[in-house]
Design a protein around this ligand. Structure first.
Ligand SMILES: Cc1cc2nc3c(=O)[nH]c(=O)nc-3n(C[C@H](O)[C@H](O)[C@H](O)COP(=O)(O)OP(=O)(O)OC[C@H]3O[C@@H](n4cnc5c(N)ncnc54)[C@H](O)[C@@H]3O)c2cc1C
Length: 397
């Protein structure tokens, strides 16, 4: 990454946040428009949720075809990332499996996703009965009747992708300022006119709030009520025994486990297990970065129960990260507040896989293009105005 330049006095568009979302928006704006773009990041690129992301890329979203469609577009972009963006990223294929008991909520979700993927001709396989044990011999599958495998799922690396987008945006004329914190905004009667930082003021016509779990605090300064609740998620990296690695060279598929956590193989030949929508509300600046002993034990017990041959795996690392949850777990992508202000936040634990499509849609929204990727009404902030619940429920993506 190039060294950080001084804060310009003016620009057309300020993007706040150098996570995978702000970086993707910057890339698409710089690549597809002639607007002058400045991204401002208070720490380093990828230092927020993006750097802790498990970066799973999949298409199965139950019946929510809107996300399958965006995930398909984004996945193709990830597969061509080096050719399109000009930067290499880490990338491993790893199918994503949903195990289910007949007539359960998981079964409904698994089957709905199977139908959506089949209709869209995205490779998907259903395993029943004996086939199930043959396909996933490392799992204890006594309690499950079938599984749906999103066969072409994969995983990547959040920091790689954010840094790749940012470098490409810089090379194509964008400005990226790190180590500078946005503190406020200037407006005339109805429009954004400037952004205030701890390093001076930058005049602009547009501002994009892409600050992950910090977005509600910035929105408040513009009179916006953004219902995003951060949660602390815990991650453990297991080191399987040599015997396990020999027996299962691909280690594990990506899979949700019954207590709400998930598991996937890791680049380092380890296995990652993590909580998902833990409900452990936190402040993004003040949360315990070390997983709890209690949770370590619980995750270890879950693994031992469902993958017994991992019961004597060692622990090679552990950390925590923050999800930015909306009440319905759907994103917020909108133009709101004073003229010229846009927000992209509330990714609820599934923003990495969708970042290319989000960047493209936000860039099109800001420049007044029809992206045709999705109806942005679905992601509007105003959906929370009536009951506060938006589309209702939270979906276990
Ligand atoms: C443990 C974990 C696992 C995950 N696994 C997956 C997964 O497998 N697949 C998936 O699709 N998604 C996953 N996610 C979710 C995904 O990582 C996030 O949705 C995504 O990274 C959000 O990116 P972002 O750019 O919105 O936020 P962030 O990465 O948090 O970026 C926001 C940036 O804004 C900066 N900032 C904040 N305030 C200011 C300010 N005032 N001035 C300047 N800069 C500011 C911050 O420093 C930060 O770098 C996971 C998340 C976590 C935590």
């Amino acid at each position: 990454m190039e060294g950080t330049p001084p804060l310009p006095e003016e620009t057309d568009i300020v993007i706040i946040g150098g996570g995978v979302i702000g970086a993707s928006i910057a890339y698409f704006l710089v690549t597809e428009s002639d607007r002058d773009v400045t991204l401002i990041e208070k720490n380093a690129i990828g230092s927020g949720s993006t750097g802790d992301s498990s970066a799973i890329i999949r298409h199965h979203y139950g019946e929510k075809e809107i996300y399958t469609e965006l995930a398909e577009w984004s996945h193709r972009f990830y597969q061509e990332f080096e050719d399109q963006v000009g930067e290499p990223i880490a990338y491993n294929d790893n199918p994503r499996v949903t195990f289910a008991e007949d007539e359960s909520a998981d079964a409904e979700y698994a089957e709905a996703g199977y139908d959506v993927l089949t209709d869209r001709e995205i490779p998907v396989t259903r395993y029943d009965g004996e086939e199930l044990d043959e396909a996933f011999p490392m799992f204890n599958l006594e309690t499950f009747d079938f599984a749906v495998s999103d066969d072409t799922a994969a995983y990547s690396d959040g920091t790689d992708v954010a840094a790749g987008f940012v470098r490409a945006a810089q090379q194509r004329g964008g400005t990226v300022v790190t180590g500078t914190t946005v503190e406020g905004f200037e407006t005339d009667s109805e429009s954004i006119t400037a952004v205030q930082t701890d390093d001076g003021v930058i005049s602009c016509e547009n501002v994009v709030l892409a600050a992950g779990p910090w977005t509600p605090a910035l929105g408040e300064k513009l009179g916006l009520d953004i219902p995003v609740t951060p949660s602390r998620e815990q991650v453990i990296l297991l080191e399987p025994t040599e015997e396990y690695e020999k027996k299962y060279p691909d280690l594990v598929p990506t899979a949700g486990l019954p207590n709400g956590c998930y598991i996937r193989s890791e680049f380092s030949e380890g296995i990652l297990i993590a909580t998902h929508h833990s409900g452990d509300q936190c402040h993004p600046d003040h949360y315990d970065k070390q997983p709890d002993e209690e949770m370590l034990l619980e995750l270890h017990e879950t693994v031992s129960e469902h993958i017994p041959e991992l019961s004597d795996a060692g622990i090679q690392g552990k950390y925590t990260g923050v999800y930015s949850n909306t009440p319905d777990h759907d994103f917020i992508l909108d133009q709101c507040g004073p003229d010229g202000c846009y927000i992209a936040c509330g990714f609820s634990g599934h923003g990495f896989k969708q970042a290319p499509a989000v960047g493209k849609m936000m860039a099109d929204l800001i420049t007044g293009q029809e992206s045709g990727l999705a109806d942005l009404e679905f992601f509007s902030l105003s959906r929370f105005e009536d009951s506060g619940e938006g589309h209702g429920g939270g979906i276990e993506y």
